[in-house]
Design a protein around this ligand. Structure first.
Ligand SMILES: [Zn+2]
Length: 368
């Protein structure tokens, strides 16, 4: 018997037990499925994730034309409502599609110093007092390593209730850029992020939680460093509670980099959300532009089909499950290629032309 007095969580948990238990018979499984569907209809994010999985695995059938699109839409809604499994599933799903696309390509030059798409050796050695984020590319002991290092300074007083939780979230978001990647035609690259936390005014990355109004925050920051931010950017940020990075008038290796973090509820204790936001904003500090699937912020958007290496990450033409589009998304090989080019060429790398009609990154459209 199904008890319809269940809360969504209870319905989902009892449903899971009935459905997944190895000793369940087909009646138990059917009841379990019913309960999970019930929890889904009551907007339980994990139940929605399970329903999406069942649809993709063929356990359930949707009465719609494109079942896979429908399942992915459910998956996104579950992920956006905080279901970590749904988020992980989307990331793995896109990663698999990307691998399928690129696995057939031979990966050459595995044990030599990194070269670009034209076969030219890549040299990156940006460091010094006027370089807020240092980037050094080295070939040692048979592997290529890109080390990004910066001194992180947090700018807040006692208005943050859980300062350690907040700073850990930001640091983890920045460290998320570390990892193993394959760039410029399948060459292996290790990305390391080195952080220091000295109290100094210059040569650092400022992290500023916007606890009061943006205006008062700017005033506070301006007392420490010269800061020029466009008014429209501010108004927009406050209205939408959107975090943002300032990268100087124009991004360059030497321009000042600051990350402003806004919190939806003003509490700054949502570890997961702040981590992902910091990950996205650090991408801007590394010289990457925004990636939008459709027109937004007076940018045109990047239609699906424009760049094959981004298509694997496109979900129903709505958005790209990539860090510079949706901050929860993964960091791709392509993003790292763009970071390398930004530091090598001392020029911001864009996915879409900006207001000043600047060119898009040469890393795009060339595959892995
Ligand atoms: Zn952005």
């Amino acid at each position: 018997m199904i008890n319809f007095e269940y809360t969504p969580e209870q319905a989902r948990e009892v449903g899971k037990k009935l459905f997944f238990n190895s000793t369940s018979d087909s009646d138990d499984k059917a009841s379990g499925l019913k309960l999970i569907l019930k929890a889904h209809s009551m907007h339980d994010p994990e139940a929605t994730y399970l329903v999406a999985r069942f649809l993709l695995d063929g356990i359930l059938k949707a009465n719609v034309k494109n079942g896979e699109d429908y399942a992915l839409t459910l998956m996104c809604s579950s992920a956006n409502n905080g279901c970590i499994q749904a988020r992980a599933f989307l990331n793995a799903y896109c990663e698999d599609r990307y691998q399928e696309e690129y696995d057939e390509h031979p990966s050459g030059n595995l044990h030599e110093a990194l070269v670009d798409f034209d076969g030219r050796p890549i040299k990156v050695n940006r460091q010094g007092v006027f370089t807020p984020i240092d980037a050094v590319l080295e070939y040692k002991n048979g592997s290529n390593v890109l080390t990004l290092s910066t001194n992180v300074v947090f700018l807040y007083g006692d208005e943050i209730k859980a300062p350690e939780r907040f700073s850990k979230a930001v640091i983890d978001g920045i460290l998320a850029w570390q990892g193993e990647y394959e760039v410029f035609g399948g060459q292996k690259l290790t990305v390391k992020v080195d952080l220091s936390f000295e109290d100094k005014v210059y040569d650092n990355l400022l992290i500023i939680p916007v606890t009061g109004t943006v205006g008062s925050t700017i005033e506070k920051v301006s007392n420490i460093i010269p800061l020029k931010i466009k008014k429209s950017q501010l108004t927009d940020a406050v209205k939408n509670k959107r975090s943002f990075a300032t990268i100087g008038f124009k991004w360059s290796v030497n321009s000042r980099k600051n990350i402003f973090i806004l919190s939806k509820d003003g509490c700054f204790d949502d570890y997961e959300e702040i981590k992902h936001v910091a990950k996205h904003e650090f991408g801007h500090a590394l010289g990457l532009g925004d990636l939008y699937a459709s027109a937004s912020d007076s940018l045109k958007g990047v239609n699906k089909g424009t760049f094959a290496e981004l298509d694997s990450y496109a979900i129903n033409d709505n958005f790209y499950n990539l860090v510079m589009c949706d901050h929860h998304g993964p960091i791709s090989n392509n993003d790292i290629e763009m970071v390398i080019l930004a530091f090598r060429e001392n020029e911001q790398q864009l996915y879409q032309p900006g207001r000043l009609k600047r060119k898009i990154s040469s890393a795009l459209g060339k595959g892995n």
